[in-house]
Every structure is written in C-alpha cells, then in structure tokens.
Design a protein around this ligand. Structure first.
Ligand SMILES: *Cc1c(COP(=O)(O)O)cnc(C)c1O
Length: 221
C-alpha cells in the first residue's frame, strides 16, 4: 500500500499523462471519501448494485465514476447515465445494447473496448484480429450513434513478474495507434493494476486501475 502522493510522484516521473483510477470495489464509502479528500476524483467500481449504493452515499462529492466490471446485457439499463466511462465493453452485442438504451434515454455513453489479448477462456473481450481484420465490425460500431468509443482496456494474464505484462501493454498501445487512424477520438488506454502499473505507464497507459495499492487488501472477495 502506498499513499496517493507517492504513486502520483512515481507516475509523474514516468508518464505525466497517466491518470489514476481508484478501484474501490468492496471498500466502504468512507474510505472513498478519505481518498477524495486527498484529491482523488476518478473511482472505478465492478458491481452495479454496490456502485449505485456508494454513489448515493457520496452524492455530495464531485466523483467521476467509472464502471470496470463485467457487464451483462440485462444490467445495461441500471448502469446507463451513472458512469462517465464504461471500461469493459467486451462484445459487439453489449455495445449494441448500450447504444440502444442510451438512445432511449437520449444520452451519449462513453465506453472503452476491452481486449482479451491472450485469448483467455475465463475473460471476455475482443481479440486483436476481431478489431483489425473485420472492417464489418468496425463499421457496425461506428454506426452506433449513442456510444462514443474513447479507447481500449485490457487485463493481461495474471503474472508473478510485472515485466510479463509488458508485451500485452505494448500490443494494446499498437492496436490503439492503428485504430486511431480511423477513429481519432480513440485516445484512452486503460491498462495496469497494482502489480504492474509502472510498466503500464512506461508503455503509454493513460489510466491505471489501482485497488489494493491505494486501499490495502479488499475486505472480502
Ligand atoms: C479489481 C480490479 C482492479 C484493481 O486490482 P488491484 O490489483 O487491486 O489494483 C483493476 N482492474 C479491474 C478490471 C479490476 O476488476
């Protein structure tokens, strides 16, 4: 565990454009308030119900909430309008469901596309080939007028050594650069957690998602 200031200082030395997203799943609202008082504004939650409860408890604060959890289509309705960014859009059908509900509510929803770079069974997400080779997929997404794709997100395979994450971060960065030629607004790279955020910052992360590093161990899983 490290203080927000220490982490910011380290990141500034590596990549001053890397923002910290404080991942507060399972952490009580009062701990979020504590970090907010130290200047933290971006918070990420995984579970819709839990997130909405905390949003109510902390509605006096100017928090920018992000949704980073696996999102089921039947939960889209609950999420829309409550998060400034959804990091975990892992399939075309989900993007379409978000677009459809956003249209009904007459809002624009900012999202990131989640990549499953190691093709892990346990994880959702697009593959690189999905996004690069299939212009049909790109065209369909570009036609979804109520979502705005702001960038890419990934969770590399669990590893002992943070250096093992580097090739995945490099691939995500390359993919983003390629897609940006077509979608100039695709600027964000959400990659890196407590164990490998410094490597992620070196490889161009614009957002690192830090849970235990900021809050300590989570109370339960
Ligand atoms: C929980 C979680 C994190 C934070 O992980 P830490 O190891 O506690 O920093 C980051 N990203 C996602 C998608 C998560 O679910």
């Amino acid at each position: 565990m490290q203080s927000l200031t220490e982490i910011q200082k380290k990141l500034n030395g590596i990549n001053p454009s890397t923002k910290i997203l404080a991942v507060s799943k399972f952490q009580p609202a009062e701990k979020i308030r504590g970090l907010y008082q130290q200047g933290q504004r971006l918070f990420g939650e995984n579970y819709v119900q839990e997130a909405l409860e905390k949003q109510r408890a902390l509605s006096d604060l100017q928090i920018q909430w992000h949704d980073i959890g696996r999102l089921q289509k039947n939960k889209v309705k609950l999420v829309l309008g409550h998060f400034s960014l959804i990091h975990s859009v892992d399939a075309l059908e989900l993007a379409q469901a978000i677009d459809q509900k956003a249209k009904q509510q007459n809002i624009q929803q900012a999202i990131l596309l989640q990549l499953n770079l190691a093709n892990e069974q346990s994880k959702g997400g697009f593959s690189e080939e999905n996004l690069l080779d299939s212009t049909a997929l790109l065209d369909t997404m570009a036609g979804l007028k109520n979502i705005e794709i702001h960038g890419l997100m990934t969770m590399p395979p669990l590893a002992e050594d943070p250096k093992q994450s580097r090739p995945y971060f490099q691939r995500l960065r390359k993919l983003k650069d390629q897609l940006q030629k077509r979608w100039p607004t695709l600027t964000e790279l959400s990659m890196g957690t407590s164990s490998d955020y410094l490597v992620a910052a070196e490889e161009g992360a614009t957002m690192v998602r830090l849970g235990t590093m900021l809050f300590g161990e989570r109370p339960h899983q």
